[in-house]
Design a binder for this molecule. Structure first.
Ligand code: MEV
Length: 313
């Protein structure tokens, strides 16, 4: 029997833009997906017991099977190896929190243990990246990197396919956030493909937005490292606006963002692939977090109140 786990994450700056080589900022959250893998006699039997948004496991099931087969291949194992796999853990299966990457890292670690492969973190990350392709098509690698290493990171994909730039960020102190879930399961792969296609068709509109995204990430890093949460919040609001412009927000995401701002958040934006899934609000403390949570509850949305800048591997 092999066991493993992987962190969930929130992207503070740069989702979608990171796929195209713009830097982004990600933080692991203090919730994980865990996996237990045991050699079986027949078939690939996945028991997914994650607390999930309605339809999450069913919606992702085919992608999950493809992901596991890709990872087995990347570990030089037969992709049709018979396995019993259990997936669970504290990270809810809301789209947008990197649950696919967290479960991929968890499964890769558990397989590595069950087959005595002794894979390093770097190798686990590379295997999980292969797994992510089933969920995201052309992933940047930001989710699996956060899921593997934890912590707060600056991430810039190498578009040529070589080593990505990953730098650990030192944040001033743990930062209180509230995550709001639309309850809608989103297809990250379709969202990523949609952005790439619109960008290809309309570079006049998209190129300046990508430049803005880069400036926001650079300014966001400075503000985070200086502990200027007000500035970080303003930049998150800006980031949400350009995410709206590239067509990845939704009615519910905008509604949650509005509620959070009205209740006093420093800033709020969608997080992850969008099109449903989750948003994140930077609250600055328990009092504002409490107000936001109350308003989310009142409007019928699920949420997670947590801190970032604390979890590392
Ligand atoms: C998903 O959490 C983040 C995206 O940018 C996809 C990726 O980077 O692989 C939408």
């Amino acid at each position: 029997m092999g066991k493993g786990s992987g962190y969930g994450k929130v992207i503070l700056f740069g989702e979608h833009f990171v796929v195209h080589g713009v830097p982004g900022i990600v933080s692991a959250i203090d919730s994980s997906n865990d996996a237990i893998v045991t050699k079986a006699k027949k078939g690939l039997n996945v028991k997914d017991e994650r607390k999930a948004a309605k339809g999450y496991s069913q919606e992702k099931r085919l992608q999950q099977i493809e992901s596991i087969e890709r990872m087995l291949k990347a570990m030089n194992l037969d992709p049709k190896t018979a396995l019993d796999i259990w997936v669970g853990g504290s990270l809810p299966g809301f789209s947008g929190l990197g649950a696919s990457a967290a479960s991929s890292v968890a499964i890769a670690r558990a397989v590595s243990e069950e087959f005595n492969l002794n894979l390093s973190n770097e190798q686990i990350n590379a295997v999980a990246y292969e797994g992510e392709k089933a969920y995201a098509g052309n992933p940047s690698g930001i989710d699996n990197t956060a899921a593997t290493y934890g912590g707060f990171m600056w991430f810039k994909k190498n578009p040529a396919g070589g080593q990505d730039l990953v730098e650990r960020l030192k944040v001033y102190r743990p930062i209180e956030i509230v995550i709001g879930s639309t309850g809608k399961v989103a297809n990250t792969k379709a969202m990523v493909e949609g952005v790439a296609e619109r960008k290809r068709k309309d570079p006049k509109k998209y190129d300046p937005l990508f430049k803005q995204a880069e400036n926001i990430a650079v300014a966001g890093r400075k503000a985070l490292e200086a502990g200027d949460l007000k500035k970080v919040g303003d930049l998150m609001n800006e980031n949400h606006r350009i995410l709206q412009e590239i067509g990845v927000s939704s009615k519910e995401l905008d509604q949650l963002v509005e509620i959070a701002r009205k209740q006093g958040a420093f800033g709020a934006k969608l997080t992850g692939g969008g099109g449903g899934g989750c948003m994140i609000a930077l609250t600055g403390g328990k009092e504002v977090s409490g107000k936001i949570v109350g308003a989310f509850k009142g409007a019928g949305f699920e949420y997670l109140m947590t801190k970032i800048g604390v979890a590392t591997h």
